[in-house]
Design a protein around this ligand. Structure first.
Ligand code: 3AM
Length: 185
C-alpha cells in the first residue's frame, strides 16, 4: 500500500480553489475530492507496517488549529512540474507536521529528505509553456481561502492508475490534545 499523511480540505475551501484551475494548457488539474495538504509522504509499505504506522499516528496528541490557504507557487523551478496553493505561516501546522514526521520515523520509515513546504497541489504539469505558468502565478497570486479549522488529520492511500493517482482516506486521527508546549521528541 502506498501511503501518505495529510489534512483534508472542507468542501467550501476546495471549491474556492476551482476557479484557479485553468490557463495552463496540458495541466492535469486535481479533482476537488483529491485536494489535500500533505504532512508526510510515506510510500509503499507492507500490511504489518501499516498497522505500526496507524498505531504511531493514533498516539499523536496535538491541538486543533485554524489555517488559511494563501498565495500560489510552483515546484520544479525552470521546469515546473506542479502548481499549488500555499498556506499562511502557521506554527501549529508546523508543530503537527513535526509530530507526524517523528512518529513515522520512530516506526522505521525512511526519512523524507524534502523540507516541509505546506501546499495544496492543484495541477501536475508536463513540459508546460513557461510563459503560461508565469501568467498563472501572477494571475492567482492574491488567492486566499477563508480561515478553516483542522480538527483531524488522515492517513491516505494513493493508488497509481493510468489516469493519475487516486487518493483515499484510510484512517482519521482527531486533533484536540493539549501538548502544544511539549518537546517534539
Ligand atoms: O499532492 P502533494 O504534492 O501534496 O507529490 C506527492 C503528493 O503530494 C507526494 O506525496 C503526495 C501523495 O502522493 N510524493 C509522491 N512521491 C513522493 C516522494 N518520493 C512524494 N513526496 C516525497 N517523496
Amino acid at each position: 500500500m502506498r501511503l501518505f499523511v495529510a489534512l483534508s480540505l472542507p468542501g467550501a475551501v476546495a471549491q474556492s480553489l476551482m476557479p484557479l484551475q485553468g490557463g495552463v494548457p496540458g495541466a492535469r488539474w486535481q479533482s476537488r475530492e483529491q485536494l489535500h495538504l500533505t504532512l508526510r509522504f510515506i510510500g509503499e509499505v507492507s500490511g504489518e507496517d501499516v498497522e505500526a504506522i496507524d498505531d504511531a499516528l493514533a498516539g499523536i496528541m496535538a491541538p486543533d488549529f485554524t489555517l488559511q490557504l494563501h498565495g500560489v507557487g510552483q515546484f520544479g523551478n525552470a521546469q515546473p512540474h506542479s502548481l499549488w496553493a500555499g498556506v499562511r505561516d502557521n506554527p501549529a501546522l508546523d508543530h503537527l507536521q513535526r509530530k507526524v514526521d517523528n512518529a513515522i520515523r520512530r516506526v522505521g520509515q525512511p526519512q523524507d529528505a524534502h523540507k516541509f513546504t505546506p501546499h495544496v497541489t492543484l495541477a501536475r504539469l508536463r513540459h508546460p509553456d513557461p510563459d503560461k505558468v508565469i501568467e498563472w502565478l501572477r494571475y492567482n497570486a492574491l488567492y486566499a481561502s477563508a480561515e478553516f479549522e483542522a480538527g483531524a488529520f488522515h492517513l491516505y492511500s494513493s493508488k497509481l492508475t493510468s489516469d493519475g493517482s487516486i487518493y483515499r482516506v484510510e484512517e482519521d486521527y482527531p486533533l484536540g490534545g493539549h501538548d502544544y508546549d511539549e518537546a517534539d521528541d
